[in-house]
Design a protein around this ligand. Structure first.
Ligand code: SF4
Length: 282
């Protein structure tokens, strides 16, 4: 398996003073990442991703029955801080523009659990509308969503009703050219489901997602993604969803899944997540 980093080592083989120095270094890196967010430098970003993963591993190791959605929220706050510090010039995205919400949208279980929390806190009118939209939504996979221009069930009046908890896969979709978004929305002959996203916001969103995935892996929890429409439909119909998922119940078994539900150490994505998890757990 090709390693993404070459700095793994066994902490227990170090002297106590070296372990203390390492722990301090790690805590400093976590503090800086939480305070300032990510930086658009590949090497620094890798270290900050590991630091964030270490922080999230700590949250997931707690006792809260909301620890999965809490860890997700913590990763999202770092991402928001990063985008605030390094705003990407010329972004075409603005309030009320929702062309990308007509593509297949997916999220991991903890992201979905956070969305459920946010839905529960919405005014009853919005909550009821979401429930109706979820009930009415046809059950479609990625191909089906591409063939049928259907909105995400969480979209209300062209705005994301769970904006502060929108998943990483939605956050990485930004655009500098609304014409491309429109041609994708209209599925014109030359359209693809990949709008040309600017690199920095995508890198930041991916790093936050990698950190969360690695922390989940470190706690033997799934980081696979599910179709939002079918997964939220399940979530809205069951009680104690987060506690049950944390206890190992596969509450999303009926949801459409985005990619295979197995971890393949030879796949570059899974190998990278495992690598981050190993280093962040030291
Ligand atoms: S979760 Fe929000 S941002 Fe993402 S597709 Fe649905 S409405 Fe759009």
């Amino acid at each position: 398996m090709k390693r993404a980093f070459n700095i793994t080592f066994n902490v227990m083989s170090l002297a106590r003073s070296q372990r203390r120095a390492l722990k301090k270094q790690k805590n400093d890196a976590i503090e800086k990442t939480l305070k300032h967010g990510f930086q658009p430098d590949q090497t620094l970003l890798q270290r900050q991703t590991i630091a964030l993963a270490a922080h999230l591993i700590g949250i997931l190791g707690g006792n809260s029955f909301r620890r999965a959605s809490d860890a997700t929220e913590a990763a999202m706050r770092v991402l928001e801080r990063s985008n605030k510090t390094y705003p990407f010039p010329g972004l075409a995205c603005k309030k009320g523009c929702s062309y990308c919400c007509y593509l297949f949208a997916s999220a991991s279980a903890p992201e979905l659990l956070l969305i459920r929390r946010v839905i529960e806190a919405l005014p009853s009118q919005s909550r009821n509308l979401i429930i109706k939209q979820i009930e009415d939504a046809p059950r479609l996979d990625e191909e089906g969503r591409w063939a049928n221009v259907i909105a995400c069930s969480l979209l209300i009046s062209a705005e994301c009703s769970v904006y502060r908890a929108r998943p990483f896969n939605c956050r990485r979709v930004t655009s500098v050219n609304v014409k491309e978004c429109i041609s994708t929305f209209e599925r014109t002959d030359d359209a693809t489901d990949e709008v040309p996203y600017p690199a920095v916001p995508m890198m930041f969103a991916d790093s936050a997602k990698f950190a969360l995935s690695a922390a989940l892996y470190a706690h033997k929890l799934s980081y696979h993604s599910y179709d939002i429409n079918s997964a939220i439909k399940i979530l809205m119909s069951i009680e104690n969803a987060e506690a049950r998922w944390l206890a190992g119940e596969n509450i999303f078994s009926g949801a459409i899944i985005d990619g295979p539900e197995i971890i393949d150490e030879d796949h570059p994505y899974d190998a990278y997540i495992i690598e981050i998890a190993e280093i962040a757990s030291q």
